[in-house]
Write a protein that binds this ligand. Sequence first.
Ligand code: GLA
Ligand code: ZN
Length: 677
Amino acid sequence: MQKNTNIRLEQLLHGGDYNPEQWLDSPEILEKDLEFFLKANINVITVGMFSWSVLEPEDGKYQIDWLIEIVNKMYQNGIYTILGTPSGARPQWLAKSYPEVLRVNANRERQLFGARHNHCYTSLAYRKKVRDINMLLAKELGNHPGIILLHLSNEYGGDCHCPLCQAKFREWLKERYKTIEELNRRWNTTFWSHIYQDFEQVESPSPKGEMLLHALNLDWRRFVTAQTVDFAEWEKQAIRDGGCEKPITTNFMGDYDGLNYRKFKEVLDIASWDSYPEWHRKPEIQTARETAMQHDFMRSLLKKPFLLMESSPSSTNWQDVSKLRKPGILRAASLQAIAHGSDSALYFQMRQSKGASEKLHGAVIDHYGGEDTRVYQEVCQVGKALAELTELRGTKQNSKIALLYDTENRWALMDAQGPRNCGMPYKETADKMYAALRRQGVNVDVIDMEDVLKDYQIILIPMLYMFRAGIEKKIRAFVENGGTVIMTFWSGVVDDADSCFLGETPSKLTDVLGLRRTEIDGLYDEEENTAIPKKNNSLSLNKKYTCRNLCELVKVSDAEVLMTYEKDFYKGLPVLTCNQYGKGRIYYVCADMEEAFYTDLIEAVFEKEKIEKPFSFIPEGVEVTTRQSKEDSYLIVQNFNREAVALDFPKSNYEVIYGTQSEKLDSFSTVVLKKVK
Ligand code: GLA
Ligand code: ZN
């Protein structure tokens, strides 16, 4: 059968998680749901993720007619189904009959039955039961015309320290290092007398045991990812063996760092994620930017449209405060996903549960059960907007700019002791760089060290503490061939086993950078320094900026110095440098700078490198992205300010296909323009 890696539907998807199994004894509710769905232009539901105990009430005794009936009924009404596999939450009987499926925590305590997402990914007993039910679902429903996508499990995550997982971990290490001597060498186990004689002695990290052997921590995290990917592969294989060849996804959790999502690339046909920003905690534009970076990360995984799999139509019930979204935010947030390359805006949940943990979580249809609710009306508005934007479906987002934000680097960087144990600003630096790029209105890919760099024009590289996957060679070649890089402090410190490089650092890049690091100063929370511009610097930077947290001291060999420290014993040493290498340029930012610095730096670099921007001026709080098909090009403009703002729309060449183009862009409104041919 030919492999179909895309959803064969012409619409942007609108709908979300639906739990009809909770309402099987109330057919009138299910009937009413359908009416609600149709009125709100819902065209897809996601079912099955938490249905296992209804689908298989006893070991080997299946009951799936109810699900087939729902899929049929929806399909007859033009609503498609994303079919979830139920491995995210197991029935009681399964835990009782096969206790090994229960997860063991880092303290080596086996969990009792309960909650969800807490099974062992290694247990063959678990795998077998998952395989059986996945195969059955694939056989009974996989080729139903109403099923458009298979959804593996739910938010894979966490780790298991049971004996089965320990054994697998040792196998994985053996595969990686071949001999115990090599493992000792790479992990530097002579430190604190930790030399292993045999792989059998290696244990996963534990608060009761070893937590400070960085290479062990790093490899454990890698193993947990590998084992989870292997489990996902296993689930997928069962679906294929059940005769279903439809595309496959699993829902990721945005900035969750328990797994390296990149490693799922081979398993997935479509990337998807669950977005739950804490709206109204910070200024909306900041929340919007942080969410946008997650969208871009998801799109960059497979470099094609992704799906927003879940979002709350109202508040959540698990954040500190269940904040309502102010009017207009639901539509703005849904369209923001589309603006960043999603082909869907889906919710958790379609109907609010009556009892248990999520009974107070927002839903399209709440306990009141009528359509005259603010939330339902706003959902209808989103449905209408998505229908008007149908032609965006499947269009791509080309980007010449990338931000390198690497999960394994994050693990290692955050695990190290020093140079600041009260906060290493990795995410924060990435966020600042990302915001600065987005202020220019350009699309940004969020990539990692394993990605190909050569197709980009500019790459921003915050705090790349660990060098792996030949990144130093790739950066060298990229700059040599004419690319521009902006790299920051605390880069090129350790290798892929988290051992420090000997010799000059950033390792193997000092000639490209035209400098080497000599020291790094950790600043107390209340301390700061200032970066001052050098006269006639090549970017014409002329403002002062604050530096906090970390100030690196470098010794320049070739680079031009653009800014220097204003005080402390390193007064006069460089804060910003630029080196020409081959046909390209590489900038090095020595300190943790305030956001305004990155905004001005990137604006100046864009000007110098003549990067094309969709607008010459974008007011703060306005977000601009583009999506393209072979024939057409679209500009999506959103205002995340609480007030309307004036914006100079292009006077010609564009027609408005969504929203209203006037002198001012309303608060939380969206306008979509299409290039006229
Ligand atoms: C996650 C889960 C859902 C639900 C929502 C609630 O994203 O995947 O099952 O629990 O959170 O916000
Ligand atoms: Zn286990």
